[in-house]
Structure formats: structure tokens, C-alpha cells
Design a binder for this molecule. Sequence first.
Ligand SMILES: NC(=O)c1ccc[n+]([C@@H]2O[C@H](COP(=O)([O-])OP(=O)(O)OC[C@H]3O[C@@H](n4cnc5c(N)ncnc54)[C@H](OP(=O)(O)O)[C@@H]3O)[C@@H](O)[C@H]2O)c1
Length: 319
Amino acid sequence: MGVDTARSILLAVGSWDPEPWVAAIRAGDPERPLQVWPDLPVPSTVGYALVWEPPQGVLARLSGLKAIFSLCAGVDRLMAQPDLPYLPIVRVVNSDLARRMTEWVVLQVLIHHRRQRTYDRQQAARIWKELRQPAADEVRVGIMGLGVLGRDAAIVLRRIGFDVAGWSRRPANLPDIACFHGPDALDRFLARTDILVSLLPLTPQTRGILGIRLFEKLASDGPLGGPVLVNAGRGGLQVEADIIAAIEQGVLVGASLDVFESEPLDPKSPLWSLPNVVITPHAAAASEPKALIPPILDQIRKFEAGKPLRNLVDRDAMY
Ligand SMILES: NC(=O)c1ccc[n+]([C@@H]2O[C@H](COP(=O)([O-])OP(=O)(O)OC[C@H]3O[C@@H](n4cnc5c(N)ncnc54)[C@H](OP(=O)(O)O)[C@@H]3O)[C@@H](O)[C@H]2O)c1
């Protein structure tokens, strides 16, 4: 088989370092021709594009392209490209990514549940004072988005003992987890939620959903003194002015944010210094080349042997 049969891979990873990705591709399929953006000598031979934020117009130039593999779980920026070819887009479904996200979510839920920010302040002031500690099953965690990441986090939080519910677009069923779905069930889901965890994708339906009107519907009678927001989905889901106002007015008593409307977060943003607000720099779950590349290469081999691609983005739902 020659390179003119469009079996080569194009790797386009934007501002990421391409080297670990190249190394993982070469280790997993040494025979396969690889072109690394911006070095694209023979565009017509590219059959598969492995991308994170590819420059506009690049994918449309690849006349032999058969499939696009996103290298991050969120495809909102890819979907926003006006000239995105109408080809299958494979998203990231990977246990390494899910474990990383679950670590971050569990850490944040526990920081708020165990009053860690208050103990940090007490430690700085050398204050020895035990605070009343509710049991995990007194705290109602609500996870928006019961997809690959939301489900994993829900199961681990339930195992720790939290009273867990989830909200998704379509009906879901998870043991010991109250599952809500659709816009009609949103208010009931919010009314039983003390810690709201957002693992939604950014779509036209979810943009700006984390705003003051939603925060006001969260439970205010829980053992943490008020509701807490945890968002690792996308910054476009949240209205930061509303989060600031909600914290200042006590509508929210805390927040953990990994994603922001504009990244990096402006050093002048009040979010940096609000009490009980935890900021991480879009670091909740990084895409790891050694974990992500082998299943992608496996999918390509199976696809070339006539098998269908798995984990495809739904072009209508936009995720
Ligand atoms: N911060 C980070 O480091 C980081 C890393 C990776 C991913 N992420 C973000 O995490 C997001 C989730 O990833 P994933 O792999 O879990 O995605 P996924 O498997 O596609 O799951 C998305 C979930 O959101 C639900 N959903 C989508 N639109 C909805 C709507 N309008 N109303 C109610 N529920 C809706 C889906 O409902 P259905 O189950 O009915 O489809 C599904 O449960 C990604 O899109 C990405 O933005 C962030």
C-alpha cells in the first residue's frame, strides 16, 4: 500500500507540544506515515486527522480524509469551525481521562464538604477549632452531565457515601443514583442539590446554563450552609459575573472552577480572591498521549478492516 491511498495521519495539536503525541503514534504504528502540522507535504494522502484546535481551513484541504479524531473530550471548538468537513468525528472515551477527572471532582467535593478552605485559614492564623462535620450521606451531590466523565465521578462519590443524583439529556439508569433528565426535571434535580458538579459539554443548549437563576434554585437548607458550584465542563457553561454575585450575596457558599469564559483567567478577576473559591487552570483532566493514542490507532486499524468507528460525535446534538 503506498502513501497515495490516504492512510497517513495528520497530527495537529495547536499550542500543545507535538513530541509526546508523535512518539506515541510512532510507538503504536511505526509503519504508518505521519504528517505533523504545520508540515503538511502531501495533504491528499491524509486519511485520519488527530486534532486539538486545528487551524481553520486545514481539515477542509484534506481530500482523502476519512475520519477526525478529537484529542480532547470536549468538541465544542472543533464543532464551531465553519468549514468542518461532514465526516465522522471520534471523541475521547478513555479510562485514563475519566480517572483523572474523577480525582479532581472528588477532591473538590471533599474540599467543600470537609471545610478545607476554612481549616487552611485557621492554620494560617494558628487557630485550633474543630468545625461540625456532617456525614457524607447528609450531603446531596448533583452531577449535571451523566456521560463518560459524569458517570465515573457519580459512582465514586456514591461509593464514598454522598447522596448522589445526576441530570442528563436522555433517560439514564445508575444503581443508587437518582437520575433526572431533560429540561422539565431540572428544577427538581436542583432543589435536591447541595453540591452541583457540572460535567456538561458546551452546546447551544448548555451555554450560560450556570447562572444566577439556576443557582437560586439549588437547595439552601443543606448541611454546608448553602450550595456549592463545581465546574469542570467548559467555561462557556458559566456566567462568571453571576458566580461572583452569588458568592458575594451568599446564594452560593463556595465554588471550584477549572474552566473559564476566557482562558487564562484574567489576573484582575475577583474570582481569584473570593473566599471558598478554588481555581485550577483547566487542569482537571489532561489528555495523555500514552493513554489516548493506542485506542485511536486500534480504531483506525479496525476501521480499515471494515469495522465501524465507535464513540462518534452526534453532529445534531453537537457533542
Ligand atoms: N476540564 C477538563 O480538564 C476537561 C477534560 C475533559 C472533558 N471536559 C469536559 O467534560 C465534558 C463532558 O465529557 P464527557 O466525556 O463526559 O461527555 P459525554 O460522554 O458526551 O457526556 C455528556 C453528558 O452531558 C449530557 N448533556 C448534554 N447536553 C445536555 C443537555 N442539553 N441537557 C442535559 N444534559 C445534557 C449528556 O446527556 P446524554 O447522556 O443524554 O447524552 C451526557 O450525559 C466535555 O464535553 C468537556 O467539555 C473537561
